[in-house]
Design a protein around this ligand. Structure first.
Ligand SMILES: *[C@@H]1O[C@H](CO)[C@@H](O)[C@H](O)[C@H]1NC(C)=O
Ligand SMILES: *[C@@H]1O[C@H](CO)[C@@H](O)[C@H](O)[C@H]1NC(C)=O
Ligand SMILES: *[C@@H]1O[C@H](CO)[C@@H](O)[C@H](O)[C@H]1NC(C)=O
Ligand SMILES: *[C@@H]1O[C@H](CO)[C@@H](O)[C@H](O)[C@H]1NC(C)=O
Ligand SMILES: *[C@@H]1O[C@H](CO)[C@@H](O)[C@H](O)[C@H]1NC(C)=O
Length: 546
C-alpha cells in the first residue's frame, strides 16, 4: 500500500513537471475498446520495447481512480481488486484483463516513467458489453380497436449499449404520422395512435443490437378489431313474389373482426333466426309471411360496438297453385250433341289463383261464334256449354295461375252425334268379271254400325266395305248403306247405283295410254318406211341406157 502511494506520488510529480512532454506522442491506440462480459481483453501500447523505470496502469470508472498494476524492476504488483485478473506485458507494457465484468467499463490510463525521469501517459476507454439477450415484445393491450386504440409496443432486452429497430414483416418501421418510436437504455417503445387493421397484420419484430451482436424478438401480432364495414345484402332472386318452398335465401356479407353477429328484420321486427344466410323457411315461419314485407339485416360487432344496417328488399311469399281439379259431367253420362249441355268448374286445392283460363284443344274459350252458347263465369270458376255441339269433342283444359306458378287440369269431352254425311264411294259401272268394292262412311260418335241392302233386300254385310270378287249381271241394282249410331239411336242411309255390263262394253273410247301407244307405233312404222325408201334409192343401180 505504501509502495503504491509512493509510486503514485512520484508519478504525479513527474506528470506535473513534465507537462510539456505529455502530449508528445501517442502511446495507446484511440479508443474506445469494446469487449464482452466474461471474456479477456488486452490493452496494447504502441511502444516497442520501451525503456522504463515503472509502467503504471490506473482505472477510472467515472467516480474514482483505482490503481491497477505497476511493473517495475522488482516485478509486477497487481492491486487487490485486480489480483488474479490483470497482468502487464514486460516488453510492451500491454495490460491484459481476464474475466471481464461490466464494472471494468471505464478509462484505463498508462504512465511510463523513463530512466531519464520523463513521464509519458495515455488513456483509453474500455467498454465491457453485456451480450444481447432476452429480447421481448409486449403490448399495452391484448386486443385493439381500429381507430380507437393507441397501441404501445415495448421491446425489452438485456445487454449493453443497445440500439433498437422495429420491423413490420420485413419492412423497417419508420416513425412519423401515427407512429412514434422512443428509445432508452434497455428498451424501445413503438406507439401507434388510432391503430388501423393494416398496421399489425404482418408480425412485428424488434431487433436489439450492440456493436457485437444482434438479437431479434419472436414475431408479435395483436388482433385489431374493426368493422362491420358496409353490408352486402343479396337475395337469391329479386322479385316481388317468391314461390313458397323454393330454394330462396337472403345473404348478408360483411367484413368484421371479430365476425359480426347478423340479425334479421321483417318490417323492423326482429326475427328469431341469426347468421349470414336467412333461408326462405325462416320467413315462412312468420305470421306475415304471405304479405308484402321488407327485409333487412343488421351486422353488429360486440368489440367495436358498431352496428350496420343493410338496404331492404321487399317481397311476399306465395304458395304455388296446386291440386287443380276440374269437374264436369259425371263419368258415364251420355252427352248428345244439340240436346245435352255441360258445366265445368275448376278449383285449386292450394295457392291463391290470380288468373283462370279455359281452353279447348289449346284454343281459348269461348271461341268466336260461341257467343250465347258458351258462357264463362265472371270470376272464371266455371264454364257452361249449352247446348253441346259435335265440335265440342276434345280436351277441355282449365289453367290456373298466380305470380309464381301455373297448373292445369283437363277433361276429355265426348259428345255423341250422328250419323251424318253418309256416303258410299266405289264404281258405278263394271264389266262382268270385274271386282266390285264399295265403301260406306259416316260422321258419327260413337262410330256407326253399317248394314247394306241390295235392291231393298237386307244383306248379311255388316262392314263399311261391300266387296264382290267377280261381277255378274245380277249384281246390277241399288246398294243402300245404312249407318246406325247405337248411342244417339239415329240412322242415315245412302243409295248407290251400280250396273254390270257385258265384257268390252266399257272399252268404247281409248284410254290416253292406248292413244299414246298407237301414236308411238305409227311414228315408228313411218320411220322404218322412210328409212327403207332412202336405203333402196341408194342401193338400186341406175340402169344404163346403153
Ligand atoms: C483469459 O485469461 C485467463 C487467465 O489469464 C486464461 O486462463 C484464459 O485462457 C484466457 N482466455 C482466453 C479466451 O484467452
Ligand atoms: C371509439 O371512438 C369513438 C369516437 O372517438 C367513440 O364514439 C366510440 O365509443 C369508441 N368506441 C369504443 C368501443 O370505445
Ligand atoms: C232431344 O231431347 C228431346 C227432349 O228433351 C227429345 O225429344 C229428342 O228426341 C232428343 N234428341 C235426341 C237426338 O236425342
Ligand atoms: C255451373 O256450375 C256452377 C257450380 O259448379 C254453378 O254455380 C253455375 O251456376 C253453373 N252454371 C250454369 C250455367 O248452370
Ligand atoms: C234389281 O233392281 C234393278 C232395277 O232397279 C233390276 O234391273 C234388277 O234386275 C234387280 N235385280 C235383282 C236380282 O232383283
Amino acid at each position: 500500500m505504501t509502495t503504491t502511494l509512493t509510486t503514485t506520488i512520484v508519478a504525479l510529480l513527474l506528470v506535473l513537471s513534465e507537462w510539456q512532454r505529455l502530449e508528445a506522442r501517442d502511446i495507446l491506440p484511440p479508443g474506445p475498446m469494446d469487449a464482452v462480459v466474461g471474456k479477456n481483453v488486452t490493452l496494447r501500447t504502441l511502444l516497442q520495447s520501451p525503456k522504463y523505470l515503472f509502467i503504471i496502469w490506473n482505472f477510472n470508472d467515472g467516480r474514482e481512480q483505482i490503481h491497477v498494476a505497476t511493473l517495475g524492476a522488482q516485478g509486477l504488483k497487481v492491486n487487490v481488486p485486480f489480483q488474479g485478473r490483470a497482468s502487464v506485458d514486460a516488453k510492451s507494457g500491454a495490460l491484459s484483463l481476464s474475466a471481464l465484468t461490466t464494472a471494468d467499463s471505464g478509462d484505463f490510463s498508462v504512465n511510463i516513467l523513463s530512466e531519464e525521469g520523463d513521464t509519458e501517459t495515455a488513456e483509453i476507454q474500455l467498454r465491457v458489453l453485456e451480450p444481447v439477450s432476452g429480447v421481448k415484445l409486449t403490448a399495452n393491450m391484448a386486443e385493439a380497436l381500429e381507430h380507437n386504440s393507441t397501441v404501445v409496443l415495448t421491446c425489452n432486452a438485456k445487454g449493453s449499449f443497445l440500439n433498437f429497430t422495429w420491423l413490420n414483416g420485413s419492412v423497417p418501421v419508420v416513425p412519423g404520422g401515427r407512429l412514434a418510436i422512443q428509445q432508452d437504455e434497455a428498451s424501445s417503445r413503438l406507439t401507434i395512435v388510432d391503430v388501423l387493421r393494416t398496421d399489425l397484420t404482418r408480425p412485428i419484430y424488434c431487433n436489439a443490437t450492440n456493436k457485437l451482436e444482434t438479437e431479434k424478438s419472436a414475431p408479435f401480432s395483436l388482433p385489431v378489431h374493426y368493422g362491420p364495414d358496409e353490408v352486402t345484402f343479396t337475395a337469391s332472386q329479386e322479385s316481388e313474389f317468391v314461390r313458397a318452398g323454393s330454394n330462396f335465401n337472403l345473404t348478408c356479407a360483411v367484413r368484421s373482426s371479430p365476425p359480426a353477429t347478423i340479425t334479421w328484420y321483417q318490417n323492423q321486427t326482429l326475427m328469431e333466426d341469426t347468421g349470414p344466410v336467412l333461408p326462405l323457411q325462416a320467413v315462412e315461419r312468420l305470421p306475415l309471411w304471405q304479405q308484402m314485407s321488407h327485409y333487412t339485416c343488421q351486422a353488429a360487432n360486440a368489440k367495436t360496438q358498431r352496428v350496420v344496417t343493410s338496404r331492404s328488399v321487399s317481397f311476399a311469399v306465395m304458395k304455388p297453385v296446386s291440386g287443380v281439379q276440374m269437374s264436369g259431367p259425371a263419368q258415364g253420362t251420355v252427352l248428345l250433341a244439340s240436346n245435352s249441355s255441360a258445366n265445368f268448374s275448376c278449383r285449386a286445392a292450394e295457392g291463391p289463383v290470380s288468373s283462370r283460363l279455359w281452353l279447348k284443344d289449346g284454343k281459348q274459350l269461348p271461341a268466336t261464334g260461341d257467343e250465347g252458347r258458351v258462357m264463362v263465369a265472371p270470376d272464371g270458376t266455371w264454364i257452361s256449354l249449352a247446348p253441346l255441339l259435335k265440335g265440342d269433342n276434345g280436351r277441355i283444359v282449365c289453367r290456373l295461375s298466380n305470380a309464381v306458378s301455373t297448373e292445369e287440369a283437363a277433361y276429355q269431352l265426348l259428345v255423341n252425334f250422328g250419323p251424318e254425311a253418309v256416303t258410299v264411294s266405289g264404281q258405278s259401272a263394271v264389266e262382268v268379271g270385274d271386282a266390285i268394292q264399295l265403301s260406306c262412311s259416316a260422321d258419327s260418335v260413337p262410330a256407326a254400325n253399317f248394314t247394306w241392302k241390295f235392291n231393298a233386300t237386307l244383306t248379311e254385310i255388316k262392314t263399311a266395305t261391300y266387296a264382290i270378287n267377280q261381277a255378274v249381271y245380277k249384281n246390277t241394282g241399288t246398294y243402300t248403306c245404312q249407318a246406325h249410331n247405337v248411342v244417339t239411336g239415329k240412322s242415315a242411309t245412302f243409295v248407290h247405283h251400280l250396273s254390270v255390263k257385258e265384257e268390252g262394253a266399257l272399252d268404247e273410247g281409248l284410254s290416253d295410254g292406248a292413244i299414246a301407244g298407237i301414236i308411238i307405233a305409227i311414228l315408228a312404222a313411218l320411220g322404218v318406211a322412210i328409212g327403207l325408201v332412202l336405203y333402196c334409192r341408194q342401193k338400186v343401180p341406175v340402169e344404163s341406157p346403153y
